[in-house]
Structure formats: structure tokens, C-alpha cells
Design a protein around this ligand. Structure first.
Ligand SMILES: [Fe+2]
Length: 273
């Protein structure tokens, strides 16, 4: 799977996060402003870029930028290690988004994380596997992640809703020390605002055969990039560092967009961290 953001998107986000002027960034990278604009648009530069200096000018790691420009992508994890766990992907309005479904093999209890544009593939999986949807977790309330919310709630009125949206009734709001059991799986949450005020990451442990922790991160971090700092770039970065990259290296990171990755991959390759 392609990265969510090509190297030009990453440079643009770095520039937004740092507040660096296009002229200064271009000069550092050995580019004209027009060439920087072309790089940010297409992800390609027609000439050699001084990645280290460009990275320094926009607060990103230049070595990591360069490896992304040369085609780095994370090694695809073998999802069959986590039983049972699925990624479901839907596209609308030119935006592709993932949601995630897990269940306990024995009890068939299930939990859904976001809905994507259309929950039809989720409903199919639930039906095919004879699952009981008991919990419904929201990573943040941006349209692409919750477009199917009304349909899910109508079809599964008893599934307990978990969200950090301030507008939600108190019984549905995440609290710091909540934990939820889905059979033998155990789900906790960590606040990861910055991209969205109600951004939260769900951590799942207790997998059969000691499979590593799974973190459903919403748009807090993407492989090689991060969600736009709509609320605050600094806060978003700080929360990813504190709440996500402190998980064990082998923890699986499941973003709303782009490929699956791990803590180790992002520590080694994400230019923002
Ligand atoms: Fe988002």
C-alpha cells in the first residue's frame, strides 16, 4: 500500500507545523520556490534536493525524508498474527479511510473502531462470522471516520459507544482509566488530541499467542507522516511521542489512512519524530 502522504505532502506539513516560509525552505533545499511548490504538489523533484538542510529548515529529519523520497514503505505486517482482527477500507469523495473490527475467537464478542464511509463490509464480516457487536469505539469525529455511525447505531443499538467527543452524553465519554473486555481481549485508551480535539488512541492487549499490542490511532500518526494539526501541530506531535511511540517497539499501529506500521518502523522512519 502507498504511503498516505508522499514526500511532498510531508514537506508541506513540516512547513505548516514549523511555520517556515516557503522561500526559506526552498533555499535550504537548493530549490526555487516554484520547484518547492512542484515537489510539494507531486512528491517529485526534477533535481537533487538537499534533504538534510531542507529537513532542518522545516523541523523534520532530513535523512528520513530522503529515504521516503527514495521509496521507503513499512514492511507489511502479517495481520493473521492477531486473532481475530481485520482492517476494512472504504473510499468516497477521493478519500480512502480504514476502520477496524476485532473479536474474541471463543465468545464471538466483537468491537468496531470507527465506521469508514460505509459500514456494509463490517456488517458482512459480522454476519459471516456469527459475531455479537458489543462495543463501538470512535477515534475522532471527522466525517470520513464516522460517516456510517447512524447506520451502525441503528443496526446494533445495544453496542456501547465510546468516544472522547465533548458533546457526547457522559456514559459514552472515555475516561483515562477505562478498560473494556471483549472476551479475553482488553481495550484501554490514551488521549491523542492535536489533529482533532477529541482524538483518542485505543490500545488492545491480551491477544492469543502473545501477539503484540495493537493501537488504533485514528489520524494521530500515519506511516511516515501524521494527521494535520487542525487543533495544534505541537500538541499533536507531543501526544504521539508520549502516548504512542512509548508503546513497545513491536506494537502494531493502525492509522485511519495509509499502511499499517509498527512503533519500531515509525521511530526509525517517520520524519516528524
Ligand atoms: Fe481526521
Amino acid at each position: 500500500m502507498n504511503l498516505e502522504d508522499h514526500v511532498g505532502d510531508i514537506v508541506r506539513k513540516g512547513r505548516m507545523a514549523s511555520g517556515a516560509a516557503a522561500s526559506a525552505a526552498a533555499q535550504a533545499g537548493g530549490l526555487t520556490e516554484a520547484e518547492l511548490g512542484e515537489l510539494e504538489e507531486s512528491g517529485k523533484a526534477g533535481k537533487t534536493v538537499r534533504w538534510q538542510a531542507l529537513g532542518q529548515a522545516i523541523g523534520l529529519n532530513g535523512f528520513k525524508l530522503e529515504s521516503i523520497a527514495h521509496g521507503w514503505v513499512p514492511a507489511p505486517p502479517d495481520l493473521s498474527r492477531w486473532r481475530e482482527f481485520r482492517q476494512l477500507t472504504t473510499t468516497a469523495n477521493d478519500i480512502t479511510v480504514h476502520c477496524y473490527l476485532l473479536w474474541d475467537e471463543g465468545s464471538r464478542e466483537a468491537a468496531l473502531f470507527d465506521t469508514g464511509w460505509d459500514p456494509a463490509p463490517v456488517f458482512k464480516l459480522i454476519e459471516e462470522n456469527g459475531l455479537k457487536l458489543q462495543h463501538f469505539f470512535i477515534t475522532h469525529t471527522h466525517e470520513d471516520h464516522i460517516a456510517g455511525m447512524a447506520v451502525v447505531r441503528e443496526k446494533f443499538p445495544k453496542a456501547h459507544l465510546h468516544t472522547s467527543a465533548k458533546s457526547a452524553p457522559p456514559q459514552h465519554r472515555n475516561r483515562a482509566n477505562d478498560f473494556t473486555h471483549v472476551g479475553s481481549l482488553r481495550i484501554t485508551n490514551r488521549d491523542t488530541p492535536g489533529h482533532a480535539e477529541d482524538g483518542v488512541t485505543y490500545i488492545i492487549g491480551g491477544w492469543p499467542d502473545d501477539a503484540p499490542h495493537v493501537a488504533i490511532v485514528g489520524d494521530a500518526i500515519f506511516s511516515a507522516s501524521m494527521g494535520r494539526g487542525n487543533q495544534s501541530w505541537d500538541l499533536a506531535r507531543q501526544k504521539v511521542r508520549e502516548q504512542i511511540l512509548t508503546l513497545p517497539d513491536e506494537a502494531l499501529l493502525c492509522p485511519g489512512h495509509g499502511p499499517l506500521t509498527t512503533v519500531a518502523e515509525e521511530k526509525a522512519h517517520n520524519p516528524f519524530f
